[in-house]
Design a protein around this ligand. Structure first.
Ligand code: GDP
Length: 339
């Protein structure tokens, strides 16, 4: 995952480092480690090489012009990786703010400085993440989670994946089949629940979703189940109908969390849909599916930043364990780590 973005960020890291080294070159003193040859953006200097380069016995102030070329390369690399322009601007702005005018400390490696700066810049745009296990541990049970989102984005599969994930964490789970609108959806969630060994509460097709989810919560309370995962239809005849239905579900089951599910590959559409959804229904967290199909790697970052809601999980494939809790720090380590 994030292969393209990772590769480009690694190149950017080397490129910014080279710029700083080039700026330091005229002041070289005997005994300094020799400069490495200037790098093109696409070149792959190993980090071991870079880390060897230290500034010795000197403090250096980094200027805007020394970084201009490298930052412009970084900008192109981010855009090529599908990182949206406002997010790219934010990242570049952060890097610039932290590097320009900064005093490089004596003995501090160029690469260390660049990595620290890039890490901070990325963490700043990625937001906080949402630790579901921790949330469940610290809340009254059953924790009721309502899943919403447009059909076809992977909502049903995601509910099954989250169920399997929570089961592995030792929580007991029940699924409420609140998507009574489509026969296919009801059948599908049943198959998922059976495969992962989770009890499902289901009524007949066309039943009132609120009634199904009410029953699911009742079942959870009487059986001391930790978590209710509530499915809902992503689509009705009209938007007003959907919103009315969701309003009723909210009143009846009183969810602790509303999770919006969309696909990483939807890019800007996902951002627009999530904003609209948040405005009308509200969302506490977001799950992005199909991150495995986001080959260039920037879409998830862009959506996470733009939606302004914590990302809870990334879906990374079609199997039940293809889901990873979204951790901004782990993602940044993956992007910037030495692999
Ligand atoms: P729903 O209509 O939103 O409930 O969507 P489904 O759960 O039926 O999923 C639609 C399709 O997306 C199915 O073929 C899933 O296997 C697939 N899918 C779901 N999540 C992921 C994911 O993270 N990665 C990939 N590659 N496919 C996924």
């Amino acid at each position: 995952m994030f292969g393209g973005l990772r590769e480009r960020l690694q190149a950017a890291r080397a490129r910014i480092g080279s710029s700083i080294q080039a700026a330091a070159a005229p002041q070289k003193e005997p005994g300094d480690v020799p400069d490495l040859p200037a790098q093109s953006p696409a070149s792959s200097v190993t980090f071991a090489d870079k880390v060897k380069t230290f500034v010795i016995d000197r403090e250096l102030i980094i200027t805007d012009s020394e970084l201009a070329g490298a930052l412009s390369d970084l900008e192109i690399m981010l855009l090529e990786s599908d990182v949206a322009l406002p997010v790219t601007d934010a990242i570049i702005g952060n890097v610039k703010r932290d590097l320009v005018g900064s005093h490089r400390r004596i003995g501090q490696s160029v690469d260390g400085l660049v990595v620290t700066t890039l890490r901070e810049a990325l963490l700043d745009v990625l937001g906080t993440g949402f630790d579901l296990s921790e949330y469940i541990r610290s809340h009254e049970r059953p924790v009721k989670i309502l899943f919403t989102g447009v059909n076809g984005t992977g909502k049903t599969t995601t509910i099954a994946k989250v169920g399997a994930f929570l089961k592995k964490q030792g929580f007991s789970v029940v699924i409420g089949a609140g998507d009574t609108y489509r026969a296919g959806a009801m059948e599908q969630i049943n198959v998922h629940a059976e495969r992962i060994g989770i009890r499902i509460i289901q009524h007949q097709q066309g039943a009132d979703p609120s009634a199904v989810l009410f029953d699911a919560v009742k079942y959870a309370v009487s059986h001391k189940i930790d978590v209710v995962l509530a499915d809902t239809a992503g689509r009705f005849h009209t938007k007003a109908n959907l919103m009315n239905q969701l309003g009723k579900i909210r009143r009846v089951m009183n969810p602790d969390l509303i999770v919006y599910v969309d696909e990483a590959v939807a890019g800007n559409d996902a951002i627009v849909r999530a904003a609209e959804f948040d405005k009308t229904v509200g969302a506490d967290a977001v799950i992005l599916t199909k991150a495995d199909m986001d080959s260039r790697g920037g879409a998830a970052i862009s959506i996470a930043h733009t939606i302004g809601k914590p990302l809870m999980f990334l879906g990374t494939g079609q199997a039940y364990d293809d889901i990873i809790p979204f951790s901004p720090s782990a993602m940044v380590e993956e992007l910037l780590g030495d692999g």
